[in-house]
Design a protein around this ligand. Sequence first.
Ligand code: NAP
Length: 251
Amino acid sequence: MIDLAGRRVLVTGGSRGIGAACCRLFAEAGAAVWVHYGHRREIAERVLEALPDVESGEHRLFGADLSEREQVDRLFAEVAEAWGALDCLVNNAGIWVRNELATLDDAKLDDTLQVNVNGVFWAAQRALPLMDASADPSIINISSTAGQRGEAFHSPYAASKGALIAVTKSWASELAPRIRVNSVAPGWVDTDMSAEAYRDGGREEIERTIPLGRVATADEIAGAVLFLASPLAASITGEILNVNGGSVLCG
Ligand SMILES: NC(=O)c1ccc[n+]([C@@H]2O[C@H](COP(=O)([O-])OP(=O)(O)OC[C@H]3O[C@@H](n4cnc5c(N)ncnc54)[C@H](OP(=O)(O)O)[C@@H]3O)[C@@H](O)[C@H]2O)c1
């Protein structure tokens, strides 16, 4: 039902977890996909190789540390050279680092804000001119329930995701009517990022706090992203779409 044939989509952090699921769903819907990764090329290559061929163009791969402006510039220079245009940017890459206030680690604080916030600003800024020729350009930022209700011992992460919610709403009006800007706010998801928290009974404890009683799959988050990128969401901008099993009941 969702047909994205002819679209070109860049997914940051497309090599694993939610990003890899997004790459697969977008390609299955007919879009050409740019799989961005941070540091682990072999894993990203496996995602790229598994994508079905599409008529929209060739899928691509490029590594860039999003905490460095110059690497983000290089990523988008590659996209400009290879595709010359972009229909959708999914700002998905992120890091989740424990950093409690009493023993605040400045390097970790900087790192979290650089990757999760500055990297998103830089990517979106570079994507804008590439979206000029698109019929329905959109940006989708992956935030988190942490940005809505906070997260103990992870306040820098919560701050970064709260920032993405504010940024989504700001850009939605700033870039209207041309570019739609939305966010998907996942709760607990089954990926590498949260694997540690699920060990030793952690998963069961977490699942007891989720009204739907289970952690989401990466595909379930990707499905919401695909919807927001599609013509079905043509009237939606500035929205925070929760995919959290009912854990946080606000948009
Ligand atoms: N998992 C959850 O429970 C959960 C819940 C709420 C929100 N989220 C959010 O959802 C998004 C995806 O999470 P996930 O669970 O799929 O994460 P993940 O499995 O840990 O994957 C993270 C992705 O981001 C890339 N990345 C990390 N640091 C980077 C950097 N400095 N520069 C460029 N790329 C970098 C990684 O590439 P490399 O491996 O190559 O570095 C990888 O592709 C994140 O924004 C996360 O905050 C996740």
